[in-house]
Design a protein around this ligand. Structure first.
Ligand code: ADP
Ligand code: MG
Length: 621
């Protein structure tokens, strides 16, 4: 039989390699930006059109390439960054595999202009499908400009696989942000479709983060710093109260390379344990520096996964350092040397600090207890949910508790901080008020009611969310969302990345009762808001709504509206910690039971829990 194995031609091999290195326009952006940083550039300029589908161009003032190097750079496995395999373990550059330019040239039209520092003339190269079409001398500034056009023009399947411009742009912005954050000492500019998205001057890391993610970040960051023999850790974590629902800003960098690492992510999560609400995620920007010999960056062509020799030790260093920083920020507000005033203790999580209500009957006379008993049991029997009747039905052989015992029990459950003496206890709830005080607020969080079959507990915040949510959805369905005009319009600023996304959301936001417009490059101006949002922190709520919508592409418009309504309900609803008057409690519960799905919150969590008698019995065994 004839031999059938052949070596693949270079252009085919390169195209196959490109499958791994160049998955989308953002991959090209990443590789080109990293090459510029590796070439010691102090200024890098990215120009993108149509989310990279038609043009990606990166110019730098780095060291440039000689005429021969410019040609060599396009060969696969051609690199100036390593010479032998061991070099990988002392690598401090981003690249070393020598396949990015070859891969890009295999799937796009590529043009390069480069001039070595100190050289008179530069070189211009034009390449299509890995074939050099021309190379000539040219006048150009020192440094390198690489222009990539018509990405995937020769691989229709890949081209069709690309997502909407919106999504592809988001990926590009992500890559840009990662490189820019890893190198705050380098100036970066980024233009998309002729408008400037980022203009970052050389700065400190903190300023870079703020310049990328917006002014609001300045007050959100807590510095982290730890220097051990194994690893030097620097950076910031976000204060717990600013934690987001989406895993937005979570960055690890190792030797100035952005990496993902689920195991180390857990270390940060552990440090935040107990400080975050269930569904929110911490932000972090953590930079590790360690001996490159102790890591392996060559596990994957995109090099965002790396292997650490001492992963467990690093895990515990990160956890301890972050915990320490969070502790310092809470306990010792003035420890930050640069930004003292920003480390005020976090605001209280509840709206009101009033003491829980205690209802005292001024006419009550403790010396007439015996005489009053009949009246009390009378009122008890008329209450379907009285404590005594539920005990009575339990099958206990114990005698029915007297009304006073049930009062003690109720008052205990309401967690009144000072324990009253016996005489006062009997006054906590006036006898004739028992009919009205149907609910007891527990821990400023739950409403409790006893009924014949056990206990009902209502989560007050979630219940209110459900009510607002259903009202919102109903008015959306009727296209009758009530709005209120603001006396003074409010400006809200976004990061460039976020702004490109919130613009897409404007029609939906308007349907939901917001009256807002674009204002400049990165701002919205809000003139009106949905009626039920009272004094909202618009900056916060619009950013939160954006977070909700970030995976917009996978949702229908209705689903998006639902998610956003749920989010708004959350902002507008009563908070845990709000003290409620008896009438307010009764009203809330009435409204809850008027909802079509009273038992779950808009986010799908329980609003009502019933503890049956046998559940109670079990807890008493
Ligand atoms: P790698 O970065 O892994 O070495 P690339 O294919 O990305 O591989 O680049 C090949 C080579 O081309 C690099 O090693 C470098 O010498 C050169 N090069 C690429 N981009 C630039 C640039 N912007 N400035 C100077 N040299 C560059
Ligand atoms: Mg490279």
């Amino acid at each position: 039989m004839a031999d059938i194995i052949r070596l693949l031609p270079d252009n085919v091999a390169n195209q196959i390699a490109a499958g791994e290195v160049v998955q989308r326009p953002a991959s090209v952006v990443k590789e080109l930006l990293e090459n510029s940083v590796d070439a010691d550039a102090s200024e890098v300029h990215l120009v993108v059109n149509e989310s990279g589908k038609t043009l990606i161009q990166v110019s730098d003032n780095g060291k440039g390439m000689s005429e021969t190097d410019a040609r060599m750079a396009l060969e696969r496995h051609a690199t100036s960054k390593i010479q032998k395999a061991e070099d990988i373990f002392s690598i401090l550059t981003k690249g070393f595999r020598g396949e990015a330019l070859a891969s890009i040239a295999a799937v796009a039209k590529l043009q390069m202009r480069t001039r070595l520092r100190g050289s008179e003339l530069g070189t211009e190269l034009k390449v299509a499908a890995n074939e050099i079409e021309s190379q000539e001398f040219c006048q150009c500034p020192e440094g390198t400009t690489i222009k990539v056009q018509n990405l995937f023009y020769n691989i229709p399947a890949r081209r069709n696989f690309l997502k909407s411009n919106q999504v592809e742009l988001r990926h590009i912005i992500d890559e840009f942000e990662r490189v820019a954050m890893a190198h705050p000492e380098v100036a970066f500019r980024f233009e998309h479709n002729n408008s400037e998205l980022f203009h970052l001057e050389p700065s400190t890391l903190r300023q870079r983060i703020v310049n990328i993610f917006g002014k609001r970040y300045n007050e959100k960051l807590v510095p982290v710093s730890e220097d051990t023999e194994l690893i030097k850790l620097e950076g910031f974590v976000g204060k717990p109260e600013f934690a987001k629902k989406s895993r937005g800003e979570q960055f690890f960098f190792v030797n100035h390379r952005y990496i993902r690492n689920p195991y180390l992510h857990k270390a940060v999560q552990k440090a935040f344990e107990g400080l975050l609400q269930d569904d929110s995620h911490p932000s972090y920007f953590l930079f590790m520096e360690l001996d490159p010999a102790r890591i392996d960056v060559n596990i994957h062509p995109t090099k965002t996964e790396i292997k650490f020799e001492d992963e467990r030790v690093i895990h515990s260093i990160i956890r301890t350092a972050v915990k320490h920083s969070l502790g310092q920020y809470n306990i010792a507000p003035s420890l930050d040397f640069e930004h003292d005033q920003q480390y005020a203790p976090p605001p209280p999580t509840h709206k009101s600090v009033e003491a829980p209500g205690i209802y005292i009957d001024p006419n009550f006379n403790p010396f007439h207890k015996e005489a009053e008993k009949p009246a009390v049991s009378g009122s008890n029997t008329s209450r379907p949910s009285s404590g005594s009747s539920s005990f009575g039905g339990s099958g206990y052989s114990n005698p029915r508790p007297t009304s006073r015992e049930s009062h003690q029990w109720e008052s205990l459950l309401s967690q009144i901080p000072e324990i009253p003496d016996e005489a006062e206890q009997s006054q906590l709830i006036p006898e004739e008020g028992l009919n009205k005080v149907a609910y007891i607020q527990v821990g400023r969080k739950y409403l409790l009611k006893a009924h014949g079959e056990g206990l009902m507990l209502i989560h007050q915040a979630r219940a209110h969310q459900r009510i607002i949510f259903e009202k919102m959805m109903a008015s959306l369905a009727n296209q009758q969302v009530a709005a209120q005009q603001l006396l003074f319009p409010v400006q809200v600023t976004f990061s460039a990345g976020d702004f490109s996304q919130i613009k897409e959301l404007l029609p939906t936001l308007r349907e939901m009762g917001f009256d807002l417009d674009e204002f400049g490059q990165k701002e919205l101006i809000v003139h009106g808001i949905p009626l039920f949002l009272e004094n909202p922190d618009l900056d916060q709520i619009l950013h939160q709504l954006l977070e909700e919508a970030k995976d917009y592409n996978s949702h229908s418009k209705e689903e998006l509206q639902e998610k956003m309504a749920a989010e708004m309900a959350k902002v507008a609803a009563l908070k845990v910690g709000t003290v409620l008057e008896p009438q307010a409690m009764a009203h809330l519960v009435d409204e809850l039971f008027g909802c079509s799905s009273p038992y779950i919150s808009p986010e799908g969590r329980p609003t009502i829990i019933n503890l049956a008698l046998n559940d109670l019995d079990k807890t008493f065994t």
